[in-house]
Design a protein around this ligand. Structure first.
Ligand SMILES: [Zn+2]
Length: 410
């Protein structure tokens, strides 16, 4: 078992928005793909990237993100599926030892050997910020801990986004069950009287002290919804218009005594947008990795003369004339759009002048910020719960399969 069951083939940067030292590096790792299936992994990885970049708020933060693919083959396909959780009993030989049933009785909890994954990625992409393992199985599952994992089940990309919420952004599960609603589960009636560390769940419904109080309108009642029967999930429909931010009872694996910011969120049930609180956390995490606003960023406001040779360039406060052609340099990692007399240029395709002292100073500052934020990210990476989502939101009746129904049980 383990690393004798496959081979590390190497890594490929599949989204390049600049130097790894400056961007937020997402690493996608294969697990349970045989050498003959690696083309499938490349396709699955690209599918995830396409989904990610179509999802708010990542769609507007793409420039902050690099994506790397780490290709690791396994002897066999799939993941372990213990009979103890109602699985098939399959036990394929895979590199990262992926297995469903990572918690007693919960088949959907798909885990991998985190240490082996991290060691592998550390060697291939040292600047990683977030590791997502794509597990080549059609059984539904995922988890988010030190690394996140998800299977290639139908709706798999949604699982990946949810698990990224845990691992990359420290978000809690906003759903109010452990085994599942209607399972008769005990021990999940009232949330313990301890405030969760995560930003998107709370036991505090007081308007003046609730964590996301600045997002709650004065006209919104608090608590915004209450569960009348704490022995089970709250069955009522949303008492508020969709999109209202407040304190909705039922969150963080408990039917009562814990609150979530909106009626729905991707951290509560798949196929929903991230709520306003979760979006804000994601934006705040990724924004420092956006290309820095540099003097050149505003070049369309400035004037070029004799562009072919660039004899004069004006910044807001500085003026450089007759720059030496030999010192031109492409500003790596900086997204620059130049416009000269109505003609647009992509700065990655043209030589731009490099006033050495300015560029070097900018580079130093960006690296300093990057190193600091990367360090903080690593050190504060929370010890995340390994709860698992019950199942995706039921598909419309015509598409709802017997397999989906089976997954719904707890
Ligand atoms: Zn949320």
């Amino acid at each position: 078992m383990g690393t004798s069951d496959g081979t590390i083939q190497g890594s490929t940067k599949i989204v390049d928005h600049g130097s790894d030292a400056l961007r937020w590096n997402l690493v996608l790792v294969s697990e349970g793909y045989r050498s003959t299936e690696m083309a499938n992994f490349a396709t699955d990885a690209q599918d995830f990237v396409n989904t990610l970049f179509a999802t708010a708020p990542f769609n507007t933060l793409q420039a902050a993100i690099n994506v790397h693919r780490v290709d690791v083959t396994s002897t066999d396909s799939g993941a372990d599926d213990p009979t103890a959780c109602g699985g098939t009993g399959a036990s394929p030989a895979t590199y990262f030892d992926a297995t469903f049933c990572g918690s007693a009785g919960v088949r959907r909890l798909l885990v991998v050997n985190d240490t082996t994954v991290i060691n592998t990625v550390q060697a291939e992409v040292p600047a990683w910020n977030m590791i997502l393992v794509l597990v080549n199985s059609t059984v539904y599952g995922g988890s988010g801990g030190a690394v996140a994992a998800f299977s290639m089940a139908p709706n798999a990309m949604e699982i990946g986004l949810h698990e990224m919420g845990h691992t990359a952004f420290g978000l809690a599960d906003e759903y109010e069950y452990w085994a599942g609603c209607g399972t008769g589960e005990t021990g999940h009636d009232h949330h313990p009287a301890v405030e969760p560390a995560q930003p998107n769940v709370t036991i505090d419904s007081n308007r003046t002290t609730i964590k996301w109080g600045d997002l709650i309108l004065a006209s919104t009642p608090l608590p915004t919804s209450a569960n009348a029967d704490c022995s089970n999930c709250d069955p009522q429909p949303n008492p508020q218009p969709s999109g209202v931010v407040g304190a909705f009872e039922g969150a963080h694996y408990y039917h009562c005594g814990a609150y979530r910011p909106q009626w729905v969120c991707r951290m509560r049930a798949l196929n929903n947008p991230f709520c306003a609180v979760c979006r804000r956390v994601i934006v705040n995490t990724l924004t420092p990795h956006m290309p820095t606003k540099t003097p050149l960023k505003d070049l369309k406001d400035h004037k070029f003369e004799k562009f072919e040779k660039i004899e004069k360039i004006e910044f807001k406060e500085h003026k450089f004339e007759r720059l030496e052609v030999g010192k031109f340099r492409k500003p790596e990692g900086k997204e620059l759009k130049l416009e000269v007399e109505g003609v647009k240029f992509d700065a990655s395709e043209v030589e731009v002048p490099r006033p050495e002292e300015i560029w070097e100073r900018i580079d130093q500052l960006e690296l300093a910020v990057e190193q600091l934020s990367h360090f903080i990210t690593r050190e504060l990476r929370p010890d995340l719960s390994r709860g698992a989502l019950q199942a995706e939101t039921p598909a419309p009746p015509s598409r709802r399969t017997s397999a989906a129904k089976r997954r719904s049980r707890g």
